[in-house]
Design a protein around this ligand. Structure first.
Ligand SMILES: Nc1ncnc2c1ncn2[C@@H]1O[C@H](COP(=O)(O)OP(=O)(O)OP(=O)(O)O)[C@@H](O)[C@H]1O
Ligand SMILES: [Mg+2]
Length: 506
């Protein structure tokens, strides 16, 4: 009988000792006891490792010292014990403080302990989750960026397709308008109506082109330009745009900063940024347009040219900042903003191989920076010509859309050309067998086995000297052309058509 008791005592002692060793030795968790008021009554290796206190420093202290000052002031430690008592358990993830004052992200569990129905204290388990939390945050950040990129991509494809159809429509409207202008009576009313249509068409073309740039399709006319020189060239336009109470300043280097971009898209992006800056400063302020070279990322990366537009305006709220590049996102009243400005800027920068960065603080202004890859060589000057020249000879027009064809024919005829029209590439190849074609003007996107580009390559083989001009309303179609043939962007005006023909190599 006695021996049995002894044995049991020994077993109990043994198991308690094992248990104590286990608890004290666990290094990954702080495992300790509190008395019913929250005073620390036991401590383990994990507690020492995570929180930095040796047992003699911490036993007898109140556990609230692990909380942040703000949490203590709010009565959070007392509340935790109360919840544990009332609900049988308290769990929380939150910031705690180590002995050295640094914060760590803790996962905390508090269990009340009862003996014979009476609360004798609390078991507290704390785990340091700082690293896991950081990894988690990084992962979430990456997922967010990926989702953002995918969203913009999908929207880009959609808008690209719509813009193609739109440009054909606009081509028909603007071309027909040109014909009407010539035939119309000169009464003021019809002239006003025509002018209204013209303005609306130009606006439609500008919007469509913003959409296309956003769609991040390859640009149609990449050219080597000097950033500072281009900015100076549109200086006047920008100045008239900002209005009286806004000061526009320029900070441009004398050094040449060459980049390869579509000039008109570059200018549009600049205008979009300056207009946004102006809109953010209804009470006046200063806009600074600057350009500067920027070294690569320090790891031997390529150099950039940074073009930034900085304002002293309202700034952008953090929750809005995520959305500003989305097409059609605007915080402006109806009729004031379409929400396409920054979409264009984004698309432009990316298709030029660069990127856009925004720095903004609510109430403290905004700085949008376009980073473009910096070219090694200085750009060559290229004279700009806006005249409308007459021509002669026969043009073979290859265009599947009959309405677009009829306005193109009319524009070509006005320029003095005779026109023969076919609807697809195969018909064009048959027509070319007869003599008398001086120039081929073909749409790129066409139904049938051969598109405009394939036709152009074929013609170059069989008729090496024949001038070829391509047209497209959809810059995706221009990607494969890669400068092999000149391209005219739809919708085009009569002077643009005449210049494009005049520039053809013969
Ligand atoms: N410089 C800026 N300061 C403050 N907010 C800005 C600034 N630039 C852009 N934003 C915010 O981003 C939104 C989107 O800009 P975005 O240029 O794409 O469209 P929008 O200016 O509203 O319209 P749109 O440019 O088509 O006329 C704006 O409505 C505005 O809320
Ligand atoms: Mg805008």
């Amino acid at each position: 009988m006695l021996r049995k008791d002894e044995q049991r005592q020994r077993d109990l002692f043994e198991s308690e000792r094992n248990f104590r060793l286990l608890v004290e030795g666990v290094a990954d968790y702080a495992l300790y006891m509190l008395d019913p008021t929250g005073t620390i009554t036991s401590w383990n290796i994990g507690g020492q490792r995570i929180k930095g206190y040796a047992p003699e420093e911490i036993l007898g202290e109140h556990f609230s010292r692990f909380y942040t000052e703000a949490d203590r002031a709010n009565g959070k430690p007392q509340r935790a014990l109360q919840i544990a008592r009332e609900q049988g358990r308290y769990e929380e993830d939150g910031w705690r403080v180590r002995k050295d004052g640094t914060f760590f992200w803790a996962s905390v569990v508090i269990d009340p302990i009862y003996e014979d129905g009476k609360l004798v204290g609390f078991a507290k388990i704390t785990r340091d989750m700082t690293e896991r939390r950081e990894a988690q945050l990084k992962l979430e950040q990456m997922q967010k960026q990926l989702a953002e990129a995918q969203k913009l991509d999908a929207l880009g494809q959609l808008t690209g397709g719509v813009a193609h159809d739109f440009n054909n429509l606009l081509m028909i409207i603007s071309g027909s308008l040109h014909i009407l202008r010539r035939g119309a009576g000169h009464d003021a009313k019809s002239q006003r109506a025509l002018t209204a249509i013209e303005t609306a068409t130009k606006r439609g073309a500008a919007l469509t082109s913003q959409l296309l740039t956003f769609a991040r399709r390859q640009s149609v006319n990449p050219q080597s330009i000097d950033v500072a020189e281009r900015i100076s060239a549109v200086r006047e336009v920008l100045e008239t745009g900002v209005g009286g109470n806004v000061t526009l300043e320029f900070d441009l280097p004398s050094a040449v900063l060459p980049v390869t971009v579509d000039t008109s898209e570059f200018e549009t992006a600049l205008v979009n940024l300056v207009v946004n800056a102006r809109d953010a400063m209804p009470g006046g302020g200063t806009i600074t347009v600057s350009a500067r070279p920027q070294a690569g990322d320090g790891t031997g990366g390529n150099p950039y040219v940074a073009i930034s537009v900085k304002d002293t305006g309202s700034g952008i709220a953090p929750d809005v900042l995520d959305k500003i590049f989305d097409p059609f996102f605007t915080t402006k009243p109806i009729g004031k903003g379409t929400g396409l400005g920054l979409s264009q800027v984004h698309g432009f920068a990316h298709q030029a191989g660069g990127t856009v960065k925004v720095r903004s603080e609510l109430g403290n202004g905004t700085e949008v920076t376009i980073l473009l890859p910096r070219e090694a060589n200085a750009p060559q000057a290229d004279a700009i010509d806006t005249s409308e020249r007459g021509g002669s000879g026969t043009v073979l027009l290859v265009e599947d859309n009959p309405d677009v064809a009829s306005v193109s024919i009319s524009l070509l005829e006005q320029l003095g050309y005779s026109v023969r029209r076919v609807a697809d590439a195969e018909a064009a190849l048959r027509a070319i067998e007869h003599d008398g074609i001086d120039l081929v003007f073909s749409d790129i996107v066409m139904p049938g086995k051969m598109d405009g580009l394939a036709l152009a390559h074929r013609l170059r083989q069989i008729r090496p000297g024949l001038p070829i001009l391509l047209a497209t309303g959809y810059s995706d179609a221009a990607i494969n052309v890669r400068g092999d043939f000149p391209i005219l962007r739809k919708p085009y005006e009569i002077h643009e058509l005449s210049q494009a023909i005049a520039r053809l190599p013969r």
